[in-house]
Write a protein that binds this ligand. Structure first.
Ligand SMILES: CC(C)(COP(=O)(O)OP(=O)(O)OC[C@H]1O[C@@H](n2cnc3c(N)ncnc32)[C@H](O)[C@@H]1OP(=O)(O)O)[C@@H](O)C(=O)NCCC(=O)NCCS
Length: 205
């Protein structure tokens, strides 16, 4: 059940990556967390850092995510600078549905500072739907895995109890990322994609 910006950009986005996603369409608990937790924070990893997405990141991301092959499993096509700026402006404004919170980050290398991809979480109550993308030239270096682990830990530390991702069957790299972040495949399907989930999450004491 996608939010309205998704429909607006459906033909050019990576579904569940470029636009906010909501897999199950409902909260797993009281919808308090997604109402109170409204801002992405800086999340520090070892080799990467997740920086809250800004509208001015659009120009850099057009080049970083400009490959058709990134859309192989998810559909759409690379966005132009104008399209991406417009999309990021919507993401920064946040969900018009106040029971949903959109959190978006740029994944940056700690050493070089350059952007390698994006990470997204849509909070619905105490559940978070997460999605990731890493530009082709930085793939297979473990960046998506590290970013997914970082965002999962951060979300759980904030009180998120369920993590979910919808992944096209046969998208091995994304399945590996989900698995490394502690998600397992479920019986659920959304829009032809398998739902992966980690339930009953608890922050480390
Ligand atoms: C999915 C994606 C983010 C992975 O990014 P990445 O930075 O290359 O991922 P990692 O380097 O952390 O690798 C994750 C795992 O996938 C494996 N992998 C990487 N590329 C692979 C490929 N083409 N085929 C199979 N496995 C692959 C890695 O070996 C690694 O496995 P391991 O943990 O057993 O070593 C990236 O391919 C991508 O952005 N794809 C397009 C967008 C997309 O489909 N996003 C998913 C939406 S949910």
């Amino acid at each position: 059940m996608r939010s309205s910006p998704a429909q607006a950009f459906a033909s050019l986005t990576i579904a569940g990556v470029d636009e906010p996603i909501a897999i199950a369409g409902g909260a797993t608990g009281p919808a308090t967390l997604s109402r109170t937790m409204t801002k992405a924070e800086v999340i520090q990893g070892e080799r990467i850092v997740l920086m809250p997405l800004r509208i001015e990141d659009a120009e850099e991301m057009v080049a970083a995510l400009g490959d058709e092959s990134l859309h192989r499993f998810t559909g759409g096509r690379p966005a132009t600078a104008v399209e991406l700026r417009e999309r990021y402006a919507k993401l920064v404004r946040g969900s018009p549905d106040k029971t949903h919170t959109w959190l978006n980050w740029i994944i940056r290398m700690v050493d070089a500072g350059g952007a390698v991809g994006t990470m997204q979480a849509t909070l619905i109550g105490e559940a978070a739907d997460i999605a990731w993308v890493v530009g082709v030239r930085w793939q297979s270096r473990g960046f998506a895995t590290e970013a997914a682990r970082c965002v999962a830990s951060w979300l759980v530390s904030k009180g998120v109890r369920t993590l979910r991702a919808n992944i096209h069957p046969g998208h091995e790299a994304s399945e590996r990322v989900a698995s490394r972040a502690g998600l397992t495949v479920t019986e659920g399907w959304v829009d032809g994609e398998r739902v992966w989930a980690r339930t009953n999450c608890r922050a480390a004491q």
